[in-house]
Design a protein around this ligand. Structure first.
Ligand SMILES: Nc1ncnc2c1ncn2[C@@H]1O[C@H](COP(=O)(O)OP(=O)(O)O)[C@@H](O)[C@H]1O
Ligand SMILES: N[C@@H](CCOP(=O)(O)O)C(=O)O
Length: 334
């Protein structure tokens, strides 16, 4: 197959997964992006990848075939029938790596979306990008918002009933694999991300999780995650229901599945989370950490700045005040 263009630009949002209670399920796209440009070599004999990196990871990321965007782009090119191509990748990275802001999902989505844009002339097939990205990442909660934007809830359709073989009245049988749905987020929702100067790989944070959980802890999280869609968008509440939306956010982000087991791996982050929660803020580990996410309806910059003044003055932390990205990955053919 011949590529439909020689240059593609890709813009992918950072994401915060879990939102406390929704481990491996819930994700939120943030208005904070990496931008990448792929230029195909005009020489068919040259199939090498040349990688240039600016910003986050410029001193640490590899510049060879092991670079995650490169390896994913190669794999997606095979999947979409492009074969092995030579290309220059220019990466402008804002998203810090190994901090819980979905950098690996961003890299995977960027590689797949770019390959799809070289392969097809029409609008980006987001479902195809999501399916392949979730399979590569292994959990869908970051890749879903990176692909679709906004607040997503995802699941792996594999049930004892026999996936794809059970007729759904009036509909298609659900296919095996990852699925996602998108919820609206209220316009006044703000996200503050406290970024520490230390890293924690998602792989290491996953190793800290227990093999089994107490039934009451599972019930706890089911009850909390069920509050999230309304806590993120109170317009979901039935007419007449009145709730303090920030109190609802506080309850919705309580968690007993993963954070307690990971806290010892990120003590400074856990200290900040406990401090902010003791003042009523819905603060939590962003993804697998160590970033700290605070969700709030309304502007809480000043209060958060005061509460975290010690951390911010230490020089070991910075804070990003971000809105929600509602578009997901964007591609542009040049
Ligand atoms: N923009 C990027 N370009 C290349 N590789 C990346 C990029 N972002 C992340 N990675 C790879 O993913 C790893 C971080 O993944 P992970 O531990 O899951 O952290 P995060 O919480 O940021 O997703 C990095 O060490 C690197 O190997
Ligand atoms: N559900 C995953 C989310 C990992 O997010 P990341 O941004 O840290 O990669 C987990 O909690 O392990």
């Amino acid at each position: 197959m011949t590529p439909v263009t020689r240059k593609v630009r890709v813009r992918v949002p950072a994401t915060s997964a879990n939102l406390g209670s929704g481990f491996d399920t819930v994700g939120l796209a943030l208005d904070y992006h990496d931008e990448l440009e792929f230029t195909l070599s005009a020489d068919p004999v040259n199939t090498a990848a040349q990688v240039m990196i600016e910003g986050e990871g410029a001193d640490t990321l590899p510049r060879d075939e092991t670079h995650l965007v490169v390896s994913t782009f190669r794999r997606a090119c095979q999947t979409f029938g492009l074969g092995r191509v030579g290309f220059i990748l220019q990466a402008h990275n804002n998203i810090p790596q190994a901090r819980g802001m979905g950098s690996s999902a961003e890299a995977i989505v960027a590689g797949i979306a770019a390959a799809a844009a070289f392969a097809q002339d029409d609008e980006l097939n987001r479902d195809a990008v999501f399916e392949l990205a979730a399979a590569i990442e292994g959990h869908p909660d970051n890749v879903a918002p990176a692909v679709y934007g906004g607040l997503t809830m995802s699941w792996d359709m594999e049930t004892p009933e026999g996936v794809g073989s059970v007729p759904i009245p009036g509909g298609e049988p659900l296919h095996k694999g990852f699925h996602t749905i998108n919820y609206r987020v209220a316009d006044d929702l703000t996200a503050a991300v406290f970024v520490p100067d230390y890293e924690l790989s998602t792989e290491k944070a996953r190793q800290a999780l227990p093999g089994q959980l107490a039934f009451k802890d599972a019930v706890h999280n089911v009850s909390r995650v069920s509050l999230l869609p309304a806590a993120m968008n109170p317009a979901m509440l039935a007419t007449g229901q009145r709730q303090d939306v920030n109190a609802l956010l506080f309850a919705a982000t309580q968690d007993r599945l993963h954070q307690p087991y990971r806290a010892p791996l990120m003590e400074p982050s856990w200290t900040l989370i406990e401090k902010l929660r003791s003042h009523g803020f819905a603060s939590m580990v962003s993804g697998a950490g160590p970033c700290v996410l605070v969700l709030h309806h309304g502007d809480a910059r000043e209060q958060l700045g005061q509460l975290a003044s010690e951390e911010l003055a230490s020089g070991h932390w910075r804070v990003l005040h971000l809105g929600v990205d509602t578009k997901g990955v964007q591609v542009e053919r040049a």
